[in-house]
Design a protein around this ligand. Sequence first.
Ligand SMILES: [Zn+2]
Length: 421
Amino acid sequence: MTRLRRTSVSNHRSDRVFRRVLFDRARDHFAFFNLDPGLVAARSDLDFSLVRDHSSKTKGLCAHGFDRCAASDAVMKSKESIETQVERLHTGGLIDMHFDLPMDLYEKRRRPNVLAAEFLPEFEAGGMGMIGAAIYIEDRYLPERGLQVALDQIARLYTEAEQSKRCVICRTRDEISRALNSKQTGFLITMEGVEPLGDDLDLLRAFYELGVRAIGLTHARTNAAGFGGIFAASGSSPEGLTPFGRELVRECERLGVIVDLAHINPAGFKEIVDLTTKPLVVSHTNARKFYDVERNISDEQIKMVGQRRGVIGINSVLVSPAQKETTLDCYVDHIEYVAGLIGIDCVGIGFDFFEFIYRQWPESKKKWMAEKLTTPHFIPDLTNHSHAPNLTRKLIERGFTDDGIEKILRGNWMRIFDEIL
Ligand SMILES: [Zn+2]
């Protein structure tokens, strides 16, 4: 009985993935004539090698036109086999550890079914099994309304997930595992910056009871717990955590809440490493080798995470300071670089898709962000969850093994949940 149920649940995701692949394939055929800039190079390589292979086998037998036709057939077959591989690799569901969903649901709280209408189609097209849904409080609500807005963001997430019937909030490793093996998308509630807690440690327990399972002490700001890493190569506070920040970290370890090292300044990072014993987690960041700002992660920090068998989620927003270098290949360069330093077991996804929020902002707010933080650059073919198959396809093209890809897409984060939650 159990076995039958498991089979049928897993078939749900297979069906979903199959429908998605058909959709993607249709889109790819279209894209063949409207080549996506990020895929032009790869597809050109593919076409060239297949034309060359085919020609060598059929030399002297076919007219040029026939060659092209047969080669095009071969291209489609090869593409089909890559799509089948993508489908198989996505069957177990993907895990993205950072997405600013709750703040958007909160801002659109007067509209019904925002999650189902605006996000679920993308989650399902991308094969998302679990997403880290980050509570984040914008400056305009601080300090007075930080706690209330955080509670409202969580409330919106529960309400919308319940209404959609296709999403579920996960609190344990087993619940995440069930979400990955079902047709639902799971959410793990995370907190980016502890402003909602003020300096009240007791509130950590309250948020834990509401389902929060990962906490990053700061965003780029300074708060009661510590100092954020800035968007420059140096210049944040030389100080690490405050006494409140240290208490929070200890209490997170005790409760089984992941301490997320994304955004914290270098001194705070080192202090958290020394205070904790569990695998280190950086939910969404990039290698400073390619984009040298404190907000990203240095080789020394990457190695600290590796020594503790932690996981670094690669961010899609800060792959390069230059828009023209902000490509899917560059995203994979970050994955390759981190894996090269500390192993394929220590790298995952923390997409941090942000374009949908940025797009909604007035010019004045974009200008404010450019002055205060940075101008975000978006990868043209990796701006939302429906683009996740593009990443998997690229990993295959770049020579990653199936085993390695599965670790990046879900396996490494699952190991962290096993060890911490
Ligand atoms: Zn962030």
